[in-house]
Design a protein around this ligand. Structure first.
Ligand SMILES: Nc1ncnc2c1ncn2[C@@H]1O[C@H](COP(=O)(O)OP(=O)(O)O)[C@@H](O)[C@H]1O
Ligand SMILES: [Mg+2]
Length: 291
């Protein structure tokens, strides 16, 4: 178990609204340490489980084979209190900086909407019209991420939560590894909620068919993952589903969860159950329908 409390600090800073962050050196490499944020929707919880969810979500992307930031779990002690934190290896280099999709979207001069607008047609248009990266590569990443986000129940994949590495020397732009999966896998569910959900299929179904909603919107409303994917109405989404499904190895995912430090048997059972049922009822079901 890693104790991140007394590592050398760096002056690099990170934005984002879900909790404090500091830059530290660990094993000669730069890491962003993410601290747990406040559980705004659950007053019974002092802090959300976002750090655990970040680790689990990122490892699921890794198992599926989508490039993702490296994450480690550890502890951080401050004023006698110990917190569980997630360390995200900084994927920028001396030549490259991160540029999010929102800033790429801002380059579309004729768009009426701003970079942070998450209306799906607006995002699709920006992906077609931008000039910095092959639009097929870009669209594939967007939809691949959409499918994995549906599996892990990510409600926060807004335009600031994915993006690119820009090489300031060569002017080249490439897809950045996936980052910020902290709003996945029900970060505000405490032990009581997990127990209730495991005991009650109706509680599980709500968390499969109704919540969480996607960060992407259609007609002003957040997309419901099941309704959208099961409708089969987006050919690009269908193609991503076909591409990603053979790469979701539930045995590997279960093993990864079993080996995750700090979490209880209840948490392990909860995460494994929700992932298995979301896969079956959203993804398997749609795949059976469309092939
Ligand atoms: N592994 C990483 N390496 C470099 N920069 C990162 C990495 N992960 C995130 N960032 C940058 O830091 C910002 C904040 O991180 P993020 O995980 O999105 O925090 P939050 O959950 O608070 O939104 C991101 O928007 C991104 O610009
Ligand atoms: Mg973020």
């Amino acid at each position: 178990m890693i104790d991140f409390s007394s590592l050398p600090r760096r002056n690099k800073t990170y934005a984002g609204a879900n909790g404090s962050k500091i830059a530290v050196m660990y094993d000669d490499e730069l890491y962003m340490l993410k601290f747990p944020g406040i559980a705004r929707k659950n007053k019974d919880m002092s802090y959300a489980n976002g750090c655990i969810c970040e680790y689990l979500g990122c490892h699921i992307f890794e198992i599926v084979g989508i490039p993702v930031q490296k994450t480690l779990l550890g502890t951080f002690n401050r004023n006698g209190k110990e917190k569980i934190v997630v360390a995200c290896k900084d994927f920028t280099t001396s030549d490259t900086v991160i540029q999010d999709f929102a800033s790429l979207k801002n380059t579309i001069i004729d768009s009426e909407h701003n970079g942070y607008g998450t209306e799906l047609p607006d995002i699709l248009m920006a992906m077609e019209e931008q000039q910095s990266i092959d639009s097929e590569v870009l669209k594939q990443r967007f939809w691949d991420m959409f499918i994995v986000d549906a599996l892990i129940g990510n409600w926060d994949r807004h335009n600031g939560n994915w993006g690119f590495l820009y090489n300031c020397r060569t002017d080249e732009m490439t897809l950045a590894p996936v980052y910020d999966c902290g709003s996945s896998l029900f970060p505000q569910a405490d032990d009581e909620i997990m127990k209730a959900v495991l005991d009650n299929p109706a509680e599980r179904n709500v968390r499969i068919f109704n919540i969480p909603l996607s960060g992407i919107r259609e007609d002003g409303r957040r997309i419901n993952y099941f309704d959208f994917i099961y409708s089969g109405k987006s050919q690009d989404c269908n193609a991503a589903l076909k591409r990603i499904m053979p790469r979701i190895d539930m045995k590997k995912i279960d093993l990864m969860i079993d080996e995750t430090p700090f979490i209880s048997d209840l948490q392990k059972r909860f995460y494994k159950t929700m992932l298995a049922e979301r896969k079956e009822k959203i993804l398997d079901r749609t795949l059976n329908k469309i092939i």
